[in-house]
Design a protein. Sequence first.
Lengths: 72, 153
Amino acid sequence: MVKQKAQLRVANQLSASNLKTISKFVEKQVGKGTELVVKIDQQLIAGFKLTINGVEYDHSLSGSLERLAQVI
Amino acid sequence: MQVLFQAVNFGVIFFVLTKFLYKPIQKVLDERALKINDGLKAAEANLKAQSDLEETKKKAVAKARREAAKLVSAAEVTAKAKAAEVLKKARAEAKKEAEGIVNSAKASLKDQEKKMASSLKDLTIATTKKLLSDSLSAKEITSITNSMVKKLA
């Protein structure tokens, strides 16, 4: 069975508790046994971007600014 | 006797003259008078015909002049109306063209404004990102990340 992967891009190193919270969220979405691939991306400024099965959860400061720009 | 002879002679001469000279001459004179009279009548008739012809000619010329004046007047009215119509059409076309140019210019201006606003927005976002990247400390970044993670919980 192929293990599912979730992409996690973060602005800086996550704390263990934050990583746990995100893992739980991923499990809730797609079930247990999903591999979380973490990458540092300073373009995000702060926060993170999580991609599960092609669905993106953008909780980055960069994304917030871009959404704000679209609203203006 | 001689008187009688002379009287008979006179009578004979009178008869002969009357029969063979006077009557033919009178006839010729009458015929000539008749011809002259006919000629005069014909001349009068010709004069009258000429006069009538002149009158008819004058009337025809006057009528033609009146009709020509009417035609000229009608042509002037038609020409004025046509000129007014052409002028009106030209003005309408010029107005339409001017409106088209103004509308095009407005649309172009609006488009430029949109592009400028979009560029300004992109520039503002890029500058804000740069400023935040340069100014946020690691602690602040962590704090923001923590608050973002909390949203998932």
